[in-house]
Each structure stands twice: as structure tokens, then as C-alpha cells.
Design a protein around this ligand. Structure first.
Ligand code: SAM
Length: 396
């Protein structure tokens, strides 16, 4: 490597650490600064990656053709997608879904900070991806204390070779991380770098009492929020949310449910009514509102239809259960002063009534944001709560 290259990489790392410090609101801790300086992020990226453009659409970036763009992404505070559609690589990128990536550095370091690690601690990571986070953990804790699991064989192999190429040798397992990895348990920390809608109990079970489970969280209504649970002596874990962060959902909790294939059928005869609750107030509204509603609504998800092809309907909001057995639709006529919106409901549950009840609950509780919510995980399932773990409701 030439002197110029070394200087360029060092400057890039310094620049990135400045940006990460800005995001954290304080300097990156010296131990993580040292790890970042020792572990060049670009060494973890394949030559072909996908980057989001200004419209949030994925575009291919080939290192050979665009070396400067590729390098800028490696040291930018951006997620770099390293696999799409589980490695299928469609010709048309517009529908492609990222299935592996190097997460944005600010969130990587935020999560490392939330883990509150100390020398000698043993960590299990779910989602090895590029291996970058496992390298940072190994630098801090030693290879012997780090295990990382990756479900995709090609990605797991890449993580191993990236790690070994820089002299790191944590245990890399190819398998389903939702089962944890009991061979090395108990852990002081379990950290997921893919999001979950249900915290697998194996993660709690394989963490020692007093230890931490940290996972990006989402529910079918909204994605976002880091969940930090402390494991108790009684085999349960409880903790709160830190807002923001958006990760790809763990593969084993994906659903392939399509509105007009699986949910809404031609022979359905929905019940008609009207509502004064503006559909825009519950979907595509402020993150805080949707986060709260998602916690109340449990198994409900929504989709907008901005071109519904009905007279006097500008936009239709569809709401469905995740098993597709009940649905509701609410129409907006495009006016600024609409007072009543037509509602259609089908199935054993009245979903718009549930949305209204959740919205009323949110207003009655002074519009709580994510920081007031928590979650408790037990062998029997998971419970959400507002302010007080004793007053919890079951989540699906
Ligand atoms: C955002 S990437 C991880 C980033 C990674 N920690 C890094 O430093 O590059 C999420 C990864 O989780 C993996 N994943 C998804 N579901 C999984 C599962 N059930 N078990 C293990 N890994 C999983 C994906 O294949 C993907 O590589």
C-alpha cells in the first residue's frame, strides 16, 4: 500500500468518526475509536454493492467503474447493501429488497455503546453480514469471546474471509440466529443486527442473569427502535426502547402476505360506516404516533392505495391482520376539510374500530413517545407496557 493510500484511509476514518460523534452527541469512546482505526470498513465490502440514491432507490455501485463513489460509501455514514433478494439479483432494481448490508456506522457505534461492554464479556451477534461489527467486537473482547451467526451461507463465508483477512477469528456460525447458539452460552450480551417483531426466547435463555439482549425492533405497523432488555433471575427479560433505527427483518419472521392475493377477495361484502378519524393521522403520521399505535394494534399492518380508481376517492388506506382474515379500508376524497371518511370492514374483527380505540388510548395517555414504552419477554411470549411493566398487554 502506498503512503498516499494510507493517508487517505486514515483521513477517511477520522472524518467518519467525527460524523459518528456528532450523531452520538459526544466523542466516540477511546476503545471504540481505537477499534475503528484498526479495522478499515472498506475491507469488509465486496466490489459490487448497492447504494441508495436521492430518491431512496437502490443503485449498483461497482468498485472498478466507480472507485471513488465506492470508497466514499465505505467511509460515509450510510448503510451499504451487500446482497439483495437473498442473492437472486433481479434485473429490475426498483422492487429489490436488501437482504444483507453493512449497517450505517452511526448505528453500529450506538449499539456498541448501548451494549456497555467490559473486557472478558462474551457476546453473541445475530447477523454476521460483512463481519465488520464482529471485527470491532473481537478487537475489543478477543476472538474467544465473540460468536456471530449468519443465516445465508454465501454471506457467512464472506464474513469469515473478511474477518480472517484482517487477522480476526471469532466463531462464525452459519445457521438460524433465532435459535441462538447454545454451544457457547451463557452470554453476557446478545445483540441482533437484524430486526425482530418477536424476540426469540432462546436469546433470553442463553443470556446470563443481569446480561443484556439488544435488538432492533419493529412491529407490522412500523419499523424503528432499538430494544434493550435486561435478563432477570426468573428467566424473563424486560427493558425499554430507544427511538430510531431501521434494520432488515430477521429472515425467519418474514411474511409474504399480499393484499389482493391473500386478503381482499372479490366475493367479500364489507360492512359500511363512516369515521371522523383522519386516516393520515394513524398511517404515515409522526414516528411517535405510529410507534405507539403499532404497540397497541399488535398484528395489524397497513398499505396505501394512491390510485384506487373509484369516483371521489383520492386515496384509500387498507388495514389488515397479519393472518389476512380481517381487513378494513378508509377513503379520503382529497379535500383539506373532510369531516367524515367512508369505512369498509370485513372479517371477524372490526379493524377500523380497533384503530380508533388505539388512537383514543394514545390521546388519553398524553400522546406517549417510544421512550415511555417497554417490553417484557417470557418463555410464554412477549408483553408491551407503557411506563409500568406491571400493567402490560400481550403482543402477538
Ligand atoms: C444488517 S445485516 C448485518 C450487518 C453486520 N452485523 C455487519 O457488521 O456487517 C443483517 C444480517 O442478518 C442476517 N440474518 C437475517 N436473518 C437471520 C437469521 N435468522 N439468523 C442469522 N442471520 C440472519 C442477514 O442475512 C444479514 O446478513
Amino acid at each position: 500500500m502506498t503512503f498516499n493510500q494510507v493517508a487517505l484511509e486514515q483521513a477517511a476514518v477520522r472524518g467518519l468518526l467525527r460524523v459518528v460523534s456528532g450523531f452520538l452527541g459526544h466523542d466516540v469512546a477511546p476503545e471504540w475509536r481505537k477499534a475503528a482505526e484498526a479495522i478499515p470498513r472498506h475491507r469488509f465490502l465486496p466490489d459490487r454493492v448497492w447504494l441508495s440514491d436521492d430518491d431512496d432507490l437502490l443503485t449498483l455501485c461497482d468498485r472498478e467503474r466507480e472507485p471513488e463513489r465506492w470508497f466514499a460509501a465505505a467511509y460515509g455514514d450510510v448503510p451499504v447493501v451487500t446482497q439483495i433478494d437473498d442473492g437472486q439479483e433481479p434485473e429490475d432494481l426498483s422492487d429489490a429488497i436488501p437482504s444483507s448490508s453493512a449497517s450505517a456506522p452511526s448505528i453500529v457505534f450506538k449499539m456498541l455503546e448501548l451494549l456497555d461492554l467490559a473486557p472478558g464479556m462474551r457476546v453473541l451477534e445475530i447477523g454476521a453480514g460483512t463481519g465488520f461489527n464482529a471485527a470491532l467486537l473481537s478487537h475489543r473482547l478477543g476472538d474467544i469471546n465473540v460468536t456471530t451467526i449468519e443465516i445465508d451461507p454465501a454471506v457467512a463465508e464472506l464474513a469469515s474471509s473478511n474477518l480472517n483477512g484482517l487477522g480476526y477469528a471469532p466463531t462464525v456460525v452459519c445457521g438460524d440466529g433465532s435459535l441462538g447458539w447454545s454451544a457457547q452460552a451463557p452470554y453476557d450480551r446478545v445483540v441482533a443486527t437484524c430486526s425482530v417483531q418477536r424476540v426469540p426466547y432462546a436469546w433470553v435463555d442463553q443470556t446470563r442473569p443481569g446480561g443484556t439482549v439488544l435488538a432492533p425492533w419493529e412491529n407490522p405497523w412500523i419499523s424503528g427502535g432499538l430494544l434493550r432488555l435486561t435478563v432477570g433471575d426468573d428467566g424473563t427479560a424486560t427493558g425499554r426502547f430507544t427511538p430510531d433505527s431501521s434494520f432488515m427483518l430477521i429472515r425467519t419472521q418474514r411474511r409474504d402476505l399480499r393484499l389482493f392475493r391473500d386478503v381482499v377477495m372479490d366475493d367479500h361484502v364489507p360492512v359500511e360506516s363512516t369515521t371522523t378519524l383522519d386516516p393520515w393521522a394513524v398511517a404515515d403520521s409522526a414516528f411517535e404516533t405510529q410507534f405507539a399505535l403499532g404497540h397497541r394494534l399488535g398484528d395489524l399492518w397497513y398499505a396505501w392505495d394512491h390510485d384506487p380508481d373509484f369516483d371521489d376517492v383520492e386515496t384509500r388506506l387498507w388495514v389488515s391482520t397479519t393472518d389476512g382474515t380481517s381487513w378494513a379500508a378508509v377513503d379520503w376524497d382529497g379535500g383539506d376539510d373532510t369531516e367524515r371518511y367512508p369505512v369498509w370492514q370485513h372479517g371477524p374483527r372490526r379493524l377500523w374500530d380497533e384503530v380508533e380505540a388505539a388512537h383514543d388510548w394514545w390521546l388519553a395517555n398524553d400522546r406517549p413517545g417510544p421512550a415511555r414504552f417497554g417490553l417484557t419477554v417470557t418463555p410464554d411470549g412477549q408483553w408491551a407496557w407503557l411506563d409500568d411493566p406491571a400493567d402490560a398487554w400481550r403482543l402477538p
